[in-house]
Write a protein that binds this ligand. Structure first.
Ligand SMILES: Cc1cc2nc3c(=O)[nH]c(=O)nc-3n(C[C@H](O)[C@H](O)[C@H](O)COP(=O)(O)O)c2cc1C
Length: 121
């Protein structure tokens, strides 16, 4: 299928670090994010061996729920799945109580955590 995925795939293969961000929709990443992950199977071969160097991955989530623990099971599952692609989660940035577009911009502690996550790589 020829669409903008080929370009995204190349960016991922060429990247030193990958960042995936998604709001939580119905306890999980959005369907769009999952669709991208479904198409990353080209990152491993028929024996599930990765074709390219493993990479650090930073996950960024926003959720409406104020409880940071609420969807940790989903986040852990994602971490395990993404490991199969050679994408190893090194940090997770989670915005809770999202909904208002300014929630993240007003959260200095979270912005600092995101800054530190980038700096640590
Ligand atoms: C279809 C839909 C499903 C959602 N499901 C959840 C959910 O399961 N748990 C939660 O905490 N927030 C949920 N939210 C809230 C979003 O995670 C929250 O608004 C997010 O921080 C920002 O998403 P937005 O950029 O689409 O507004 C949902 C929002 C939408 C539109």
């Amino acid at each position: 299928m020829q669409d903008d995925f080929q370009n995204m795939f190349k960016h991922i293969v060429d990247a030193d670090v990958v960042v995936f961000g998604s709001p939580v929709y119905i306890w999980q990443v959005t369907a769009q994010m999952k669709l991208l992950w479904d198409r990353l199977c080209g990152l491993f071969d028929e024996n599930y061996k990765i074709r390219y160097d493993a990479k650090c991955l930073i996950m960024v989530y926003t959720q409406g729920n104020p409880n940071a623990q609420a969807f940790q099971t989903s986040f852990k599952t994602n971490e395990e799945v993404l490991k199969i692609f050679g994408l190893n989660v090194v940090d997770t940035i989670l915005l809770t109580g999202g909904g208002d577009p300014n929630t993240a911009a007003n959260n200095q502690k979270l912005l600092l955590k995101a800054y530190e996550a980038g700096k640590a790589i």
